[in-house]
Design a protein. Sequence first.
Length: 546
Amino acid sequence: MSDIQKIFQVFLECGVFNKPSKKIVSLSTGLVANDSVNAYEAQSVGKKILDSMVGQSVSEYKFSQKNQVKTLASATHVKTSSGAQIEMDSQRLYQRLLLTGFNGDIPLPDLFRYEMCSFPPSLFDNHVCMRMGDKSEIIHHLLKLVPESSSATSCDMSMQYIIDGGSLLHKFSWPKNASYSEICEMYVRHIKQSYCHALVVFDGYHGSSTKDEARRRRMGNDIGATVLVSPEVHVTMTKKSFLANPSNKQAFINLVAEQMTKADIAVEHAKGDADYKICMSACLHAKEKPTAVVAEDSDVFQLLTHHANIADKDLYMVTSKQTVCVTTLAKKLDPLLSGALLFLHAFSGCDTTSRPYGIGKVSVLKKYAELEWCSSIFMSPSSSKAEIERAGEDALLIIYGCTTSLSLDSARVDKFQQKVGTATQYVSPEKLPPTSDAAIFHSHRAYHQVQAWCGNDLPAEEWGWTTSPSGLYPVKMSQPSAPDRLLKIMRCNCGGNCNTRTCTCRKNGLHCTPACGQCKGITCLNGPPVDIEENEVENDDDETGL
């Protein structure tokens, strides 16, 4: 009976009984499935496959992917004009399309107008996530420019402190089997003992956010189920799993904020990301008295540097490693650089935008003078989409050192030809600039983020994001991966051994692969040799490790 009670308690905490849903939800991770997922019908799907095999010859029967069970895991695929989906590793797809294009005598400019991959590899990694930028580079670079802004001494406890609630939540380990009330008391006690005048600002988790992508990357599959959060209830999962669930996190924020308010600690809540609210609160208090922001996020640092008024009282940022006088930094920096900081940071990669492959944040910061016009377009709340797209393309041309090229598509041709002349191996797709098409969505996301940092909230769905049951996802590109005539001939649909030129793979000098309609590169005479396949797997592992 006790085991049944334990199971019942788990279901109760997961909200199984009080939150009915027509969607498939993983209780262990909290992920919501789309309508195509049918893993729960595995038995009936398997029975249908077995029934279809009855009376068939083993050598003639072909398994079809469309009849397989669909799970929560989503495969990267390329769509053809007929609606068919080709699933293939991006590196292999790129090489295959390129070779097919060359054999088909397609001019390079026409070929490189397309990404030649199922996603823009210069902006997205092999997991189809936006490439991460090293945000800490911005702090290191600015402190090198103004070293006197860094202080080894701590701030006076009596000054006004603005506390980043997000960083605060991660400050302490949670004792096992502790109640939520006991955990809240840890935070309340810390604030009361450490600061005389404190304002704690928390993020808001009330639906989809442009930070969904970054949160999914950080948490992976370690997402706890939604549980009941009240003072007397005890924690039944790890802190990481608990906070990875937005519903849990918001419920705990509400509880700890209530406890802080009772202890006479000032608390404010942001509707979404709290960085801008933290910055504006700090700048407001700095008009009256010296103020320090306690945070670990580089986004907060660059916001303070951009928005700080040098005529106000001293404004500091306090991290676990150092204290920086933002007022001193703002006074000594070139106004052109501090004015462009939001654009430079967003365009070179942050939590909501991609880092272009091979482009470091410092190299972008050093080009702030060349990017002055581009920055002015992104900083203006009245810029049109056409202006933003033009400025974004110009900015990428400057960043990639392709200022003589007329467009990103032509820059891709120039870069490819340069690299082919010096490379000892094939030129991988991520080393080329993105297409003009992919750059449009990168520019839209960067503009959306810059405007958010200026207090101008824009609808994310109109600026490079799309909605799904599990949150917002970045739009990667709008045009096909390659010219349609290439997609039609890059895989065969032979019913034979693929040993004649009637096989489109053999005709174009290509091995058959799992993307092929019938043979899958396995049951024919044109499949890749085993030893080559093994080497390719080893190379893929090496590249992933980098």
